[in-house]
Design a protein. Structure first.
Length: 485
């Protein structure tokens, strides 16, 4: 019998797991993929929103501002990349300036500090590459950027160190109500639990509908992005937004915490909950719209494109389709939905963890652990270390002197750390998200064979067993019967 089963190891599920691991509770996280951060959390803008956009009084507004305020301290506690670079919302028509003032007023009602309206002259001093059409802007100094998988992995590792079990390849197939909780079935095993937390992203409606008559429907909203080489990463310093529409905050232009430039996303509602393919139409739209913000887009410096899915609630019998749904299902006590966590979900994650933990505390009344470990040390980066730090690491382990990924200067020592640490990497994507091996200009063209070799050696398996990510993402296929290898 578990006290809590969390379904989904994205940023919300991992933030909740970390927060609940402060208490004397038996907790398991069930994740259908082979690693944490394989769904919505791995493919987004990496923006910590200041909190001026959400409707005042909404859960989104409250948790966005709270989460944004917690993120910097959390980044130091758990050692993941974060930078407070500030965000700017661009207005391209003098007649729309009143909308900037509306945003400013909304932000102030939400509790966002330091908001101001910029003239074009003030804007040019801050961002010289700004497009000719930008007439004015809203400046939010509290805006920041973060590594989304760095955040999620840090939360998960810290939860695991504090006793949380993570079960991968555990797709939930059914949930049954019992007298004292729930029986959660996966394709391989069943789990008894007092409390279920549904943090299943775009699949949260399917999990919810297993136990509740108040039906929910989530429509995946696809966002396509372009990522540019680091040699154009300083084109802008702040995150540039355009005045938001009903579909979201529009096309942004932003630096990343790792020094790249990124543009996107589109906002297209689709039916396929695994539909993370990109399209020429979508990427052309990103380039065209982004050029309004900074004039000339360095198209030749694109190193990759990708798409992510946002969990947009389109129907819910209990209402509230325009806000986060974080509550017990009315007809299923002890079943807590964490659904519709689209933007600003990443920004809200630290606050979501605390909010859900408070619900669980009211249900189970757990005692606090005396030995909770609140800090975590990330993988040392040889590329960012000082000469003294590099020499020390190499002296302790010569593998830190063996460069595997030349684009990002990632060494074998860092890859070994990624594999051997709590919830260590088991796929090449897992190594990539923990070390950046394969994220550079060549996009793993040169380093990938070596990464596969290291994984096979560390996991004591054959290279043919190593996968890129999911169950069917093989690099090497076995020969057909009667066929030579």
């Amino acid at each position: 019998m578990y006290d809590v089963i969390i379904i989904g190891a994205g940023v919300s599920g991992c933030a909740i797991a970390r927060e609940l691991s402060r208490f004397e509770l038996k907790i398991a996280v069930l994740e259908k993929a082979f690693d944490v951060c394989e769904g919505t959390s791995k493919a987004n803008s990496g923006i910590v929103h200041a909190g001026y956009d959400a409707k005042p009084g909404s859960l989104k507004a409250r948790l966005n501002v709270e989460g944004s305020r917690k993120m910097e301290a959390l980044s130091k506690e758990l050692d993941f990349p974060y930078k407070k670079n500030g965000s700017i919302v661009l207005c391209f028509d003098e007649q729309d300036k009143d909308k900037l003032y509306e945003l400013k007023q909304r932000g102030e009602l939400n509790g966002v500090d330091g908001l101001s309206i910029l003239s074009r002259q003030e804007l040019l001093k801050m961002e010289p590459a700004i497009g000719d059409g930008a007439a004015a802007a809203l400046y939010a100094p509290a805006g920041a950027i973060v590594c989304p998988f760095g955040l999620t992995i840090a939360l998960a590792e810290n939860a695991a160190v504090n006793g949380t079990e993570f079960v991968f390849g555990a797709k939930v197939s059914d949930i049954q109500k019992q007298t004292y909780g729930y029986l959660v079935h996966t394709e391989k095993q069943s789990y008894e639990t007092k409390v279920v937390i549904n943090a299943a992203g775009v699949y949260a409606d399917e999990i919810h509908n297993m136990v509740s008559e108040n039906k929910m429907e989530i429509t995946p909203r696809r966002g396509e992005y372009l990522l540019y080489d680091k040699n154009v990463g300083n084109v802008v310093k702040h995150t540039l937004f355009q005045l938001p529409t009903a579909l979201g905050k529009g096309i942004l232009v932003t630096p990343t915490v790792h020094g790249n430039l990124m543009t996107g996303p589109t906002a297209q509602d689709i039916l396929d909950k695994e539909g993370t393919n990109t399209s020429s139409e979508g990427l052309n739209h990103v380039t065209k719209q982004a050029s309004s913000s900074i004039g000339v887009i360095p198209e030749k410096q694109v190193i990759t494109s990708f798409a992510g899915l946002r969990a947009h609630i389109t129907a819910y019998d209990a209402g509230r389709t325009d806000d986060f749904v974080i509550d017990q299902a009315a007809d299923a006590p002890g079943f807590i939905d964490v659904a519709g966590i689209e933007s600003p979900g990443l920004s809200s994650a630290p606050a979501i963890g605390e909010y859900v933990a408070d619900i669980v505390k009211d249900l189970l009344h757990p005692s606090r652990k005396a030995d909770f470990i609140s800090t975590r040390k990330g993988i040392p980066s040889m590329a960012l270390s000082s000469d003294e730090e590099r020499h020390k690491l190499i002296k302790e382990n010569p593998a830190y002197g063996n460069v595997v990924c030349r684009c990002e200067m990632v060494t074998e020592g860092e890859i070994l750390d990624a594999i051997r640490r709590p919830l260590g990497a088991r796929t090449t994507d897992g190594v990539k998200r923990r070390t950046r091996a394969g994220m550079g200009r060549c996009q793993a063209g040169f380093c990938n064979p070596k990464v596969v070799e290291i994984l096979a050696r560390e996991l004591q398996t054959d290279v043919s067993e190593i996968r890129k990510s999911g169950e069917d993402a093989w690099y090497l296929l076995p020969p057909e019967e009667g066929e030579d290898l």
